[in-house]
Write a protein that binds this ligand. Structure first.
Ligand SMILES: *Cc1c(COP(=O)(O)O)cnc(C)c1O
Length: 469
């Protein structure tokens, strides 16, 4: 259970705040040792299970006097030993890949700078960096020159903000009765959003998916006509570009055409799939995304940008201010377009842009493409090997895969998933068991760059052997 990191004697005292006048050797020493801890933790990843079996409880409350740096490092180490380890090659359960090294360093620098994206005067360069990188993303996804957006601490917030902007396009008296349409496989954050928005209980309409896990355009057309007959407005249609269980992509182009026809906002929840539009070889997977009015995209889910990293991109980003601006009476006037706190739901927020920007700089175009393609290749490799005679393999076009033995559902499926999940965990593979359709299935996400072809072969063999258990 020990991370094996040697805690060296600290030769300098650590002050609570770094000296503003002279280089602080105490801080340097402390950061060196803290990063040693981290490097050892990462280095030991494959030697320990992705999920620790026991977890010691650290001291919770502050002591009567402040802890010294050795104690602080010991405290940190204790928490790290009980943490989930995304760098384990068998960590395949969720959309939580290992962190990019540049992203780790950027997070540290971000904390050290402690700027605030609330207002330009508290983050002059970083506010600008955020605006420009959002614009880069918007253009890369094919939005018009005017496109741009804002960062948010997770896709849940990006989706909520997108829907709030969409609702503001409706006449005021139609807003509360309004309806959001998505597919049955869309993410639960949409339910949370419609609740927060105070919509009626039936304010989120989930349309059934076809055999490929996608919304059927005809069903969307019908749902919009039905709403019209009922005299209710559609706030937005949400297309999912990468469903959370099987990685299916709704037919974006067809849905966009229907939305245009009905003059309805199209939000694309591309929290999972949006990054595939960044590389030439994979961009076809996101065909039609450029037709969206707003897009949620989470670089934290596949690119290894440290959490949280999500963007809300808009065809017309000036709508953000129209929806969220209150005036910031305690702040100086912004020299750029607006203060960060005027363009979204969050007030004070860290410069999450830094780890995104530096992470992308580290990868480069080639690195991004390689990461995306490798994730798809890993999925294909397992898909090829799984025994499709005996397993129902639910997949879409992205790097996720869900499966369960053919013909079982309900409690039988639950039991098989739990037993199999545990057996796989003992072999160093962490999968998840989401609810889907008629019971649970097992799910694997192939965004972990440490998972080799050998791991995949072994995993597939294990799964095939466990089908009849
Ligand atoms: C993960 C996910 C979200 C929510 O993102 P968070 O960052 O977890 O808040 C939204 N939509 C989809 C499709 C997702 O997979």
């Amino acid at each position: 259970m020990h991370t094996g990191s040697p805690l060296l004697p600290l030769s300098h005292e650590l002050d609570s705040f770094a000296s503003p006048e002279a280089f602080d050797p105490g801080l340097q020493d402390f950061l060196h040792q803290a990063s040693d801890l981290l490097c050892h933790w990462l280095a030991g990843a494959s030697g320990r299970p992705p999920l620790p079996s026991v977890r010691r409880q650290p001291d919770i409350a502050p002591g009567p006097i402040g802890a010294d740096s050795r104690q602080l490092l010991t405290d940190l180490q204790q928490v790290m030993e009980g943490a989930f380890q995304p760098s384990h090659p068998g960590a395949l359960a969720h959309l939580d890949p290992p962190p990019l090294t540049a992203s780790i360093a950027a997070e540290l620098i971000c904390a050290g700078m402690n700027n605030n994206l609330l207002a330009e005067e508290l983050s002059p360069g970083l506010s600008d960096l955020e605006r420009q990188l959002c614009r880069w993303f918007a253009l890369r996804l094919g939005l018009p020159d005017s496109g741009g957006g804002v960062l948010a601490s997770g896709g849940t917030l990006s989706n909520l903000m997108g829907l709030l902007v969409a609702r503001d396009r409706l006449p005021e008296q139609q807003r509360q009765e309004g309806v959001v349409i998505c597919s049955a496989d869309a993410h639960v954050s949409l339910l949370k959003a419609t609740r927060v928005m105070g919509l009626r209980g039936d304010g989120l309409q989930r349309l059934p998916v076809d055999d490929d896990g996608c919304m059927a355009p005809e069903a969307l057309e019908q749902a919009l006509r039905d709403l019209q007959e009922q005299g209710r407005s559609c706030i937005a249609v949400v297309a999912t570009a990468g469903t959370t269980v099987r990685g299916a992509v709704d037919p974006l182009t067809a849905m966009a055409a229907i939305c245009r026809g009905h003059n309805v906002w199209l939000h694309v929840d591309a929290a999972i799939g949006g990054v595939f539009a960044l590389a030439g070889t994979t961009t076809a997977l996101m065909d039609g995304i450029a037709l969206a009015d707003s897009i949620t995209l989470n670089p934290q889910k596949l690119l290894g940008i440290t959490k949280a990293s999500s963007l809300l991109l808009l065809r017309d980003p000036s709508l953000l201010r129209a929806t969220f601006s209150t005036g910031l009476p305690y702040m100086d006037t912004a020299v750029g377009d607006h203060h960060g706190g005027e363009a979204g739901l969050q007030g004070t927020r860290p410069a999450e842009i830094l780890k995104l920007w530096l992470g992308l700089r580290q990868l480069g175009e080639a690195g991004i493409e390689q990461l995306l393609q490798a994730a798809l290749d890993r999925r294909n490799s397992v898909c090829r090997r799984l025994d499709a005679e005996r397993l129902d393999v639910l997949s879409g076009t992205l790097h996720l895969l869900a499966f369960r033995p053919r013909g079982i559902h309900g409690s039988e499926a639950d039991l098989w998933c739990e037993t199999t999940r545990r057996a796989l965990l003992q072999q160093g593979f962490m999968l998840s068991r989401p609810h889907h359709g008629q019971g649970r299935c097992l799910k694997a996400v192939f965004g972990n760059p440490h998972t080799s072809e050998e791991h995949l072969a072994r995993l597939s063999t294990l799964i095939n052997a466990l089908v009849d258990r």
